[in-house]
Design a protein around this ligand. Structure first.
Ligand code: PLP
Length: 372
């Protein structure tokens, strides 16, 4: 019997993850590999998180606390919101999925931009939700006016996805554009269109015209904020993220969420990482220094790049080297350097380069110089 899959599952294009270090070693026979492909923290995990995770291992026979009591309490205090406004996810990716599942039925729509973080359209499609992509502005930023037109025009739009800054572009929406947009969206169809503000890179942001997104969660009735432990806290492998949302909405999302979606090492590791202020501070410093060095390098070498508020840059390899990002990616794998091609984001001529440690950045710069 031929199995019939839903049409939207047939059409699904899977998420393309950064190439793992071990796979690169295996396939290319290189020993020393540097991965600057997934916007990970080059300092590794917070040492306090490692200690807490180790201590938790002796109780692994027990299921985790399904309510995530301690971590949610700490997060509520940190974000200055209430316990019931926090929803934990297996990475913030899961919170994206949970929100779509909670809000949408097949046939509903999500509005976002071209080259948005890929988890959004994929999570939507898995649930039979199509995405309306608006074109980016000429300087590769989200076009909120165009989004507004689409939201108004299509009564089945339930969600708006705004990663800010966006990945892979690194570009951002300033408050001066975001606030009028949120005001307008709140008025549409009695506030039933929900806006996801994804601030995965918030701690890296230096732009003065970007506010802490919790402010928007408080000012608008239809806004959720997503954050993650995968970036500044160096815990991408642990899979912990969270959403801040209205308690009424959170109560629905909690029903959709499976009870043990965050493991017990995940719960304690994330909590300990939040208390490791020295590590967070160091991570911010290393990234700022690296962003400065890399942007100066790209300028000096005439490598076009997009200004970024994250821990990565998108560089135009076609203009700089006459090669698409995908081809350069393969060339560098042979040398033990993993970057991220973004052809799947409709940007074949670009390459995303995560900012690393000082030593890693030096190696990356030397490799680019040799290409010239
Ligand atoms: C904009 C954005 N949101 C969310 C995530 C997902 O993070 P997590 O590891 O918490 O699922 C990423 C990861 O790269 C991201 O770039």
């Amino acid at each position: 019997m031929a199995i019939q899959f839903p049409d939207y599952i047939e059409k699904l294009k899977p998420y393309i993850a950064g190439k793992p270090i071990e796979e690169t070693q295996r396939e290319y026979g290189v020993k020393n590999v540097i991965k600057l492909a997934s916007n990970e923290n080059p300092l590794g995990p917070s040492p306090k998180a490692i200690a807490a995770i180790k201590a938790s291992l002796k109780s692994l026979q027990l299921y985790p606390d399904a309510s995530g009591f301690h971590l949610r309490s700490t997060l509520a205090q940190y974000e200055k919101v209430t316990f019931n406004e926090i929803v934990l996810g297996n990475g913030s990716n899961e919170v994206i999925e949970l929100l779509i599942r909670t809000f949408c039925i097949p046939g509903d729509l999500m509005v976002t931009s071209d080259s948005v973080f890929a988890a959004y359209p994929i999570s939507a499609r898995i649930q039979g939700v199509d995405t309306i992509f608006t074109r980016m502005t000429q300087d590769y930023r989200f076009d909120l006016k165009a989004m507004l037109v689409q939201i108004k025009k299509n009564p089945r739009v339930k969600l708006v996805a705004l990663p800010n800054p966006n990945n892979p572009t690194g570009t951002y929406v300033p408050d001066s554009e975001l606030i009028p947009f949120l005001r307008e969206v709140e008025k549409i169809r009695k506030g039933s269109v929900h806006v996801i503000l994804d601030y995965a890179y918030w701690e890296y942001v230096t732009a003065k015209d970007m506010s802490n997104p919790i402010r928007f969660f408080k000012e608008f009735s239809n806004v959720s904020v997503l954050k993650t432990f995968s970036k500044i806290y160096g815990l991408g492998g642990l899979r912990v993220g969270y959403g801040v949302m209205r308690p009424e909405l959170a109560s629905y999302v909690q029903k959709v969420r499976m009870p043990f979606n965050v493991s017990s090492p995940g719960l304690v590791g994330a909590q300990a990482a939040m208390g490791d202020l020295a590590f967070v501070k160091k991570s911010i410093q290393v990234n700022r220094a690296g962003m400065k060095v890399m942007s100066q390098f790209y300028k000096k070498e005439g490598i076009p790049f997009l200004p970024s508020q994250g821990n990565f840059f998108l560089i135009n390899t076609r203009q700089a080297f006459g090669m698409d990002g995908g081809d350069i990616f393969i060339e560098f794998l042979k040398k033990g350097l993993i970057f991220r091609p973004v052809t799947n984001y409709g940007m074949p001529e670009w390459l995303r380069v995560t900012v690393g440690t000082e030593a890693q950045n030096k190696i990356a710069m030397r490799a680019f110089q040799k290409l010239k």
